[in-house]
Design a protein around this ligand. Structure first.
Ligand code: FES
Length: 128
């Protein structure tokens, strides 16, 4: 039911881990299934110079987060904001109908991280 590309990323996920001193960290969860991703970004001059993550979830959540991380590595923040769940699923050759929502986890987490970096919550601004 999964494409070879999904199986390949699931078996050998890219960029897993965490970044010491990241510019931004965001945790996003899917309340529907309980899966979650913690994403770390290192940003320099509006370019994502490193991305790492920890993901708790199904095989599709792992594969889509891995693929999404490769799609934004070295890219500008504007380009990262254009990564949608459809693009992530498409890059993996598609996902089964009941797994479409899993690609949303990664795309949402990346957009949330970039948005938080660009518009930090008030308390973070005043604390620094
Ligand atoms: Fe939860 Fe796939 S079932 S992200």
């Amino acid at each position: 039911m999964y494409t070879d590309k999904v199986m390949e990323h699931f078996s050998n996920p890219r960029n897993v881990g965490q970044i010491e001193n990241p510019n931004v960290v965001v945790k996003v969860g899917d309340p529907g299934c309980g899966d979650a991703v913690l994403i770390f970004l290192k940003i320099d001059n509006n370019i994502i110079t490193d991305i790492k993550y920890k993901v708790y979830g199904c095989g599709a959540a792992i594969a889509t987060t891995s693929m999404a991380s490769t799609m934004v590595m070295g890219k500008s923040l504007d380009e990262a904001l254009e990564v949608t769940d459809e693009k992530v699923a498409g890059a993996l050759g598609g996902l089964p109908e009941n797994k479409q929502h899993c690609s949303n986890l990664a795309a949402t987490a990346i957009r949330a991280a970039v948005t938080r970096y660009l518009h930090p919550p008030e308390e973070e601004v005043s604390a620094s």
